[in-house]
Design a protein around this ligand. Structure first.
Ligand SMILES: [Zn+2]
Length: 411
């Protein structure tokens, strides 16, 4: 073996969509059995303790149950991957929870019956953890209640994409095409491993353990030996879930809300970008208030975009220069300006996804931030003058290394 030894970087291999992924392609029980034996042989050869995630709704026959028994007998752990593999974005939270619970109940009683083992892990289908805060909270509360831990993925890849072309080529006995598909499978996995390795290490400032997502499919049975050999040469050591999850990087489940299928590092990155954008915008508004309070209207309006729109009860003003002139008319001197305080009620970053050439979703930069705030003008030196206050909605867009206000609706 070319293993890196105990000093290697821990890597958990997780295998989704048991009993056999891409079930529509593999209906012949003998073929399903052959795929399973192929997968288990490679795992045994490389001493990999894997976690297999089961779609309970696809466990239909005695042959399917026999496949799960093989995984257990080989020393692997099985976790819940729901009954019907729903996408949380397109499913209501209560229907989703009912389906995940059906998967849990089915697999848990199977495990208890077979081996007196407990079910510990759940993997979100499509890695989609909720596109609204309410959904995210509802499913997390259910998982906590039912004693299931979200088993994250750090190396999200598209290994499943290669299954169909692989099986088509193999059924035609087209060796050349099988080699081509196999090479592309390896290459795409290499790119993802290198990429997520760099992202995770940059994020935490040290070599962090990884969790690789693979699927229980035929192309995997044919390609894992080559892949695992490459991983070992790269310095990875196949580790158990408990060892990998004990690392501090897995302590917190990041509260990323969105409809994208990201790995864990990308969730952290997306949240950090949102936080940075919010604090950048708040710092800018603070600077702006300070400019107001020293009577510097030029600096106060410098943060407006050249083509900014300013809406107020008295009408619409277009352009930074016009906004400045409006302020000059209404606040001709320092005395008229008073003291401004701006309290941010909420700041919402606008952030979507980018798609890599390998068809992987990644969090985008934060392109804009909308801010709801309460403004207040006080006149401490002029007791006869009443405090003025109101609300404002600001839309800020990234401009160079900073932010600028493109729309301001103040009332
Ligand atoms: Zn899946």
């Amino acid at each position: 073996m070319t293993g890196a030894g105990p000093a290697g970087r821990p890597l958990l291999i997780s295998v989704d969509d048991l009993p056999v992924a891409g079930g529509g392609i593999h209906t012949d029980p003998a073929e399903r059995e052959r795929i399973t034996q192929g997968l288990l042989a490679v795992l045994a050869k490389h001493h990999v303790p894997a976690v297999g995630l089961v779609i309970w709704g696809n466990v239909k026959t005695d042959a399917d149950r026999a496949i799960l028994r093989r995984w257990l007998a080989a020393g692997h752990e099985l976790g819940n991957h729901s009954a019907s593999h729903f996408d949380l974005t397109t499913t209501a939270a209560d229907a989703y929870v009912i389906d995940v619970e059906a998967g849990r109940a089915g697999l848990a009683s199977f495990l208890a019956r077979e081996e007196n083992r407990k079910l510990r892990f759940f993997r979100f289908p499509f890695l989609d953890e909720g596109d609204t805060p309410a959904k995210l909270d509802a499913v997390r509360a259910y998982l906590a209640r039912s004693g299931q831990r979200n088993l994250p993925v750090t190396i999200d890849d598209q290994d499943w994409m290669f299954e169909k072309p692989w099986v088509e080529a193999r059924r035609k006995d087209d060796r050349k095409e099988m080699d081509r598909v196999g090479d592309e499978y390896q290459e795409s996995l290499h790119v993802e491993v290198r990429d997520q390795e760099a992202r995770g290490d940059r994020l935490f400032g040290r070599p962090v353990p990884q969790i690789l997502l693979l699927h229980a499919n035929e192309v995997g049975a044919a390609q894992w030996d080559r892949l695992f050999t490459w991983l070992e040469k790269r310095g990875y050591r196949f580790a158990r879930a408990d060892e990998v999850l004990a690392d501090a990087v897995f302590k917190d489940d990041p509260r990323y809300v969105g409809d994208a299928s990201f790995g864990l590092w990308d969730r952290f990155i997306a949240l950090r970008r949102a936080r940075d954008a919010q604090s950048g915008v708040e710092a800018l508004l603070q600077t702006q208030s300070e400019a107001w309070n020293r009577g510097d209207l030029d600096a106060f309006t410098a943060v407006y975009a050249e083509d900014a729109s300013f809406l107020s009860p008295t009408g619409l003003t277009r352009g930074r220069q016009q906004v400045l002139e409006r302020y000059r008319r209404r606040y001709p001197d320092r005395k008229a300006m008073g003291t401004l305080s701006l309290e941010v009620i909420e700041a919402r970053p606008a952030q979507g996804i980018e798609v890599t050439p390998l068809d992987d979703a990644r969090p985008s930069r934060v392109h804009a931030v909308s801010v709801a705030a309460r403004w207040k003008l006080t006149y401490p030196d002029q007791p006869e003058k009443k405090t003025a206050e109101g609300l404002t909605l600001l839309v800020l867009r990234r401009h160079g290394g900073s932010w600028e206000i493109v729309q301001d609706a103040s009332m």
